[in-house]
Design a binder for this molecule. Structure first.
Ligand code: ADP
Ligand code: MG
Length: 224
């Protein structure tokens, strides 16, 4: 069976503070779309490529300056776009990203760098067709991180996460959808899937006849 693809692909960025449920949602959306026969590529930022790895290693031995973090994150994103994101979109896949450039704007913005400059530095990166912003209270995010068995890192304190949340909520991205991520995992998946399917339907353009039946099944109950 050939997978369902869409001309130009569909870029979906999942954003939000630590513990909001991004990785959980990325997995849930990926599984659900694949079960319906959709071609999906899933990835995260920072990546496991050389720059992302260097960033994580340096962070372990003490915090880098926000400027250095930006340098590594941008280099990582340039590789990611060129080697993974663009090719997958050209193959017509749904590309699901667990964090993308808005996270850098929020986190390094919270660290004191001008939000406008951070935004501009990402002009090279393709805009997401859909930005799912998982919104929760920082205290809820931190509770979930602890329940996950992780010790919060230097980003993960309530004041810093409150600042990140504020920057996320203030972002002007046209395709941003705010999801109430204090809801259950199942509800967050349902709300996000419905938005994704709507966007998918809008982008469909030159779909082959063969795929129309499959897409109908994918959208059932979500186009009202
Ligand atoms: P993030 O990737 O945003 O840091 P995770 O997806 O790792 O967050 O979720 C953090 C923890 O919270 C995990 O243990 C996960 O199982 C749990 N979790 C995720 N979404 C929800 C939710 N909607 N309600 C309650 N717990 C959740
Ligand atoms: Mg995660």
């Amino acid at each position: 069976m050939t997978s369902i693809t869409i001309p130009g692909g569909l870029l979906v960025a999942i954003e939000g503070i630590d513990g909001a449920g991004k990785s959980t949602l990325a997995k849930g959306l990926t599984e659900r779309l694949r079960a319906h026969g959709v071609a999906v590529s899933t990835s995260k930022e920072p990546t496991n490529g050389p720059w992302g790895t260097k960033l994580r290693q340096s962070a372990e031995s003490g915090r880098l300056s926000p400027e250095q973090e930006v340098e590594y994150l941008l280099a990582d994103r340039r590789d990611h776009v060129e080697q993974f994101i663009e090719p997958a979109l050209q193959r017509g896949e749904v590309v699901i990203l667990d964090r993308y450039f808005p996270s850098m704007v929020a986190y390094q913005g919270a660290a004191g760098l001008p939000v406008e400059d951070l935004s501009k530095a990402n002009d090279f990166a393709p805009r997401p067709h859909l930005m799912l912003l998982l919104d929760v209270e920082p205290a809820t995010g931190l509770e979930r991180i602890r329940a996950r068995g992780d010790r919060p890192n230097h980003f993960e304190n309530e004041d810093n996460l409150a600042l990140c949340r504020q920057i996320f909520l203030g972002m002007p991205e046209r395709t941003k959808c705010v999801i109430d991520a204090s809801k259950s995992e199942a509800d967050v998946l349902e709300d996000s899937y419905a938005l994704l399917i709507r966007q998918f339907a809008q982008n469909i353009g030159g779909l082959s006849l063969e795929n129309i039946g499959k897409v109908g099944a994918l959208m059932e109950g979500h186009l009202s």
